[in-house]
Design a protein around this ligand. Structure first.
Ligand code: AMP
Ligand code: MG
Length: 480
């Protein structure tokens, strides 16, 4: 029995206009070696009972799951890449493998791949993912989840035994296929493709599909109402994820419109980085010389993309109605930013003081350039963390005149009950950070010695930390 009672197949993508997908075949790989399996994510969709050989059959060879898509679908989309329109995008090295329901919420989730072979949208590419690319996406998604970001999860990574040539990695490089579990793969670029093709009926069908399956809050009696409500819902959700990235100290790196999920869930991790210190100009991608997607420009980049989404819907609703829908973005960004900073500090809301605390702390982090994550770690629990912060590596800095207003503010807040309980564990743990040098060190051990213990330890440390700050039960992320 390969699937459990919580498995609920929901292959709904084929109900969309067929200009949005093409059936494809997975590549045949010389080897299938399971490197990572996310048992916790698998449990949420009833796939935790799969044996290792079943996991490899489904996520290395892509034998269909029961009652699911009978063949993988390469998804079609367009997109603005660094603000330049590209009508030749689409899944060039991935596909939608299956769709299912999350057991405790009923949400529609996709199992989608990266590195599973060539498709009609591969252009000159080989359709493959380097093992380092797979390990990097695994690391980003795991730490983001622990820092409270709505993110796709890495479901599994299978090393596939090929050698790849890349300009930006030592080559030949090892290959893998990564499968992610994600709340949709419909992107802003999906809408852009249909607007570009001037296919109004297909656009209308996409709006209704998204409202039905992904954005239930976007209700409306008539199609124009739903189109406007969809823009508003997308703005609110994308703003939330932008706020979560800021509070998590995360730079996505490539905020092209094909990488913005309509559900707002964060996904597709290439040249990402976490901040060492708060620097709005900190840029992740080496090919982003102008800093278009720098840390502090991420909200602007998201709103720019959402504006492109609203433009796509002009055939369905008037400009007079779509433009105001974009105004949902700013207040949502602001509200969620304050909320997330407080959550990262483990303190309860005090209404009007919340904003003052978030803003003052942010300014302090920017001006002091103290290690971003250490400060959140030290002050998790607010007043409950006073002694721990004073005894920690930055105790001296917290006695500075610049910090005193923040300390005064912090002392007015109540720690959450989870944060009170977390104090002992926080005193023992160092916060997991995944700065670029740490990522490179983890990777070098794998590349040079096939030594996966550092990666396993990093994932375990993140799981433990997540348990401490969220009360979430750790569940070992298994490295096979
Ligand atoms: P990404 O930067 O991963 O979001 O990819 C941007 C576009 O390039 C998408 O259409 C990808 O499918 C495509 N792409 C990236 N790498 C490859 C590759 N090795 N082979 C084929 N297509 C690729
Ligand atoms: Mg992408």
């Amino acid at each position: 029995m390969p699937v459990g009672p919580d498995y609920a197949a929901a292959p709904v993508h084929t109900a969309l206009p067929d200009s949005l997908y093409t059936p494809v075949r997975p590549a045949h790989f010389p080897e299938h070696r399971l490197r990572y399996f996310n048992a916790e994510a698998a449990r949420t969709v009833g796939l935790d009972a799969l044996s290792e050989s079943e996991v490899l059959a489904h996520f290395g060879q892509f034998t269909p799951l029961p009652d699911n898509l009978s063949e993988p679908l390469a998804l079609a989309y367009h997109g603005h890449q660094f603000q330049v329109y590209n009508p030749d995008l689409g899944d060039g090295r991935g596909f939608l493998y299956a769709q299912l329901r999350e057991s405790h919420t009923g949400r529609l989730l996709d199992l989608g791949t990266k590195g599973s072979g060539r498709t009609p949208w591969s252009r000159g590419g080989d359709g493959r993912l380097t093992l380092k690319g797979g390990v990097r996406e695994l690391l980003a998604s795991t730490l983001l989840e622990a820092r409270g970001v709505d993110t796709s999860r890495t479901f599994c990574v299978v090393e596939t035994g090929e050698t790849l040539m890349r300009n930006d990695e030592p080559s030949p490089a090892r290959s893998c296929v990564l499968t992610r579990l994600s709340h949709s793969h419909i992107r802003i670029g999906t809408f852009q493709r249909l607007a570009f093709l001037d296919d109004r009926p297909a656009l209308a069908a996409l709006v209704d599909h998204v409202v039905e399956h992904l954005l239930p809050e976007a209700q409306g009696a008539h199609l124009p109402d739903r189109a406007v409500a969809l823009v508003e819902a997308a703005c609110t959700r994308v703003a939330r994820v932008g706020a979560q990235w800021l509070a998590a100290g995360f730079v996505h790196g490539v905020l092209n419109s094909d990488n913005i999920n309509i559900t707002g869930e964060s996904f597709d991790y290439g040249p990402w980085r976490f901040l060492p210190t708060l620097d709005p100009g900190f840029t992740a991608a080496y090919f982003d010389g102008g800093g278009l997607y720098a840390f502090g420009r991420q909200p602007d980049a998201l709103l720019w993309n959402l504006t492109r989404l609203a433009e796509c819907l002009l055939p369905l609703a008037t400009r007079d109605r779509l433009e105001p829908a974009l105004e949902a973005f700013e207040p949502a960004l602001h509200r969620h930013f304050v909320e997330r900073v407080l959550a990262r500090l483990g303190v309860s809301s005090r209404g009007d003081d919340d904003e003052a605390l978030a803003v003052a702390l942010w300014r302090f982090l920017r001006e002091s350039r103290l290690p971003f994550e250490q400060v959140f770690h030290d002050w998790h629990g607010g007043p409950a963390a006073l002694d721990r912060a004073a005894d920690g590596p930055l105790g001296h800095d917290y006695r500075s005149a610049q910090f005193q207003p923040i300390r005064t503010l912090l002392e007015r807040f109540e720690p959450t009950s989870a944060a009170v309980q977390a104090q002992h564990a926080l005193a023992r743990e160092a916060p997991p950070t995944l700065l670029i040098d740490e990522v490179e060190t983890l990777w070098t051990a794998i590349a040079d010695r096939d030594d996966w213990t550092g990666l396993q330890q990093a994932l375990d440390a993140i799981a433990r930390y997540r348990h401490v700050v969220t009360g979430h039960d750790p569940d070992p992320h298994l490295l096979a």
